[in-house]
Design a protein around this ligand. Structure first.
Ligand code: PHE
Length: 439
């Protein structure tokens, strides 16, 4: 069903990168890194990206290209009840993620507008406080959600994808400029030490909280665990190497997140802000301060937040698409109706996160550290143990040798289930403790 919605031949890589690159790279990654102790988090995250994220991305690609369907269709075809459950997990994750993703998208809209009015130029932290919660946040959330729903319901996707073509180079260029500026600041050496030199003891003694957060971020930023990449892969032709395409996406996505850290931490340290203290606002506060101290900062800020807004829209679009397809498939309703009704419900569900940022954490940890990991685990078990021969066969088309594909299969069969099951256990324990402490 999703296939019909992708009428024209949109570059597959473009769509997949459009989904991957978003608020996860620029907002969520630096904020989690700051909260979880800097370099210790960065290195565990990178390990998850390479050893778990990349193989799981290939799992989703293999399912998508092989079955030629969206994720729910693929499960249906196989008539396996566990698969239907995986579809449900993915749709639920998407539902929750989009509800607060749109709130943060609303922040981006406000910062874009304020780049012209200069509203964040004064006290950056105070500005964040009034943009991120309350009426402003709810209104902006409604606008963002409306844009996403419009794109999904009325199919103005082509224009968006064309805009996305410019998005990745612009984001990289802007981040490089800002990172260069950050390097000149007084707090930069302290920031680099914090961000780049890990301490093994710190990693080991905090693994119980770092591992689920790093795994959740790896899945979130690569758009894994929900079947987004399954859908996109059903458009890849058989002569393309799935390994190569997956590698490209991982490298682009990870570089952008890494660069965002190089921008954010020098600014935080220079302003004397504890990297963990900024919380969800860290990036917005430090960037706003950066833009207001730069010559022509308002203009740079406007370009930056505009680009980030496009990045957020292409990601949000891919999330809503999963939820909408699930609902269409399960309840047999019309696309446009399903989209509009879901958009309203998701908007309402997101409202608490626009009132109190604690709710954002409650939603975010549950969806990423638990649901996405569970989704990835189920898909890996499926390819590893049920669909293994077809999986290897599919991967070798247009690409890697049989030996390499078999190596991948064993990682998917054994390493990933063990690591993800354990991470899921850690994540659930941590989440429970977090809930107890919060409520
Ligand atoms: N990858 C997107 C980002 O980093 C978010 C996303 C998560 C998109 C899950 C689709 C699925 O912003």
């Amino acid at each position: 069903m999703v296939r019909e919605t992708w009428g024209t031949r949109v570059g597959f890589i473009l769509a997949a990168v459009g989904s991957a690159v978003g608020l996860g790279n620029i907002w969520r990654f630096p904020f989690l890194t700051g909260e979880s102790g800097g370099a210790a988090f960065l290195f565990v995250y990178l390990a998850f990206v390479v050893f778990i994220g990349l193989p799981v991305l290939i799992v989703e690609f293999v399912i998508g290209r092989r079955s030629n369907r969206n994720v729910i269709g693929a499960f249906k075809e196989l008539d396996n009840p566990n698969w239907q459950f995986a579809g449900f997990v993915g749709a639920l994750a998407g539902f929750i993620i989009l509800s607060y993703y749109s709130v943060v998208g609303g922040w981006v809209i406000q910062y874009f507008v304020s780049s012209f009015t200069g509203a964040y130029a004064g006290d950056a932290a105070a500005y964040f406080g009034q943009a991120a919660t309350g009426t402003n946040a709810i209104v902006a959330h409604a606008i963002f959600m409306g844009l996403v729903a419009g794109i999904v319901a009325f199919g103005v996707r082509d224009g968006l994808e064309r805009a996305a073509k410019l998005m990745v180079p612009s984001i990289i260029a802007l981040l490089v400029i800002l990172a260069g500026y950050g390097a000149t600041l007084s707090g930069s050496s302290e920031a680099y030490a914090y961000y780049l030199s890990p301490n093994l003891d710190t990693i080991l003694s905090n693994l119980g909280s770092i591992a689920p957060a790093a795994a959740g971020q790896a899945f979130f930023t690569l758009s894994l665990g929900m079947g987004v990449m399954v859908t996109y892969a059903s458009y890849i032709s058989e002569d393309r190497s799935l390994l190569q395409d997956a590698g490209t996406i991982v490298v682009v996505d990870t570089s952008i997140a890494f660069l965002a850290g190089l921008v954010v931490f020098p600014f935080l340290f220079t302003q004397g802000v504890e990297p963990g203290a900024g919380g969800a606002g860290a990036v917005f506060i430090s960037l706003a301060a950066a833009f207001s101290s730069l010559p022509a900062g308002g203009l740079i800020g406007a370009v930056f937040f505009f680009t980030l807004g496009i990045a957020a829209l292409t990601s949000a679009f891919s999330i809503l698409e999963v939820v909408v397809s699930y609902v269409i498939d399960t309840f047999d309703v019309e696309r446009r109706n399903a989209t509009l009704v879901l958009a309203v419900i998701i908007f309402a569900v997101g409202i608490p996160t626009a009132i109190d940022l604690t709710w954002l954490d409650v939603y975010d940890k549950f969806a990423n550290n638990i649901l996405l990991i569970l989704g990835g685990l189920l898909m890996s078990l499926f390819i590893g143990w049920v669909y293994a021969d077809q999986g290897v066969d599919e991967l070798t088309k247009g690409g890697p040798s049989k030996g390499l594909a078999t190596g991948w299969l064993w990682v998917v069969r054994v390493v990933i289930p063990v690591v993800l099951a354990y991470t899921l256990y850690l994540g659930a324990t941590e989440y429970w403790a977090f809930l107890m402490e919060t409520f």
